[in-house]
Design a binder for this molecule. Sequence first.
Ligand code: FES
Ligand code: FES
Length: 157
Amino acid sequence: MLIEFSLNAKNVSLDIPAYYRLSDVLRDKFQLKGLRNACEKGYCGLCTVVLDEKLVYSCLIPVFQVRGRNVMTIEGYAETEDFEDVYQGFKQSGVHLCDYCAPTRTLTTGILLNQYTRPDETQLQEIITTVNCSCTPYETLKKGIIMSSRLRQRRLK
Ligand code: FES
Ligand code: FES
């Protein structure tokens, strides 16, 4: 099936079986390796991408579902000013993520901060648990997210 969609703000097309997983297509056909294929069952969040401004687990999406839609991965997000807020917010708060989760953690935090501009405790919990990681302390991640939201508010003033 011919699949056409927008990927990181560029129109792309490819002829592939409709049932292929979006996560596999992004990693293998487009070499976008920031997202991980970890659990492949919708548990870990490491394959998260943005589909029409919403976060989705790309391992659960057959590629035909993105026809005519907009997909953004961390590689596209890294080109935005929003990315810098999260990157700096984590850095200034001493959040040291491993290479495995850092791309997805940065993307999911940045996108959810569009929705929760000054996240409360429940929203912070939602942001943190979008990606499964038990190696960075919860309180450290919390500080990083709060700092990221402050940097964004300052920039947008
Ligand atoms: S790989 Fe998709 S949720 Fe874990
Ligand atoms: S999985 Fe990367 S810091 Fe925990």
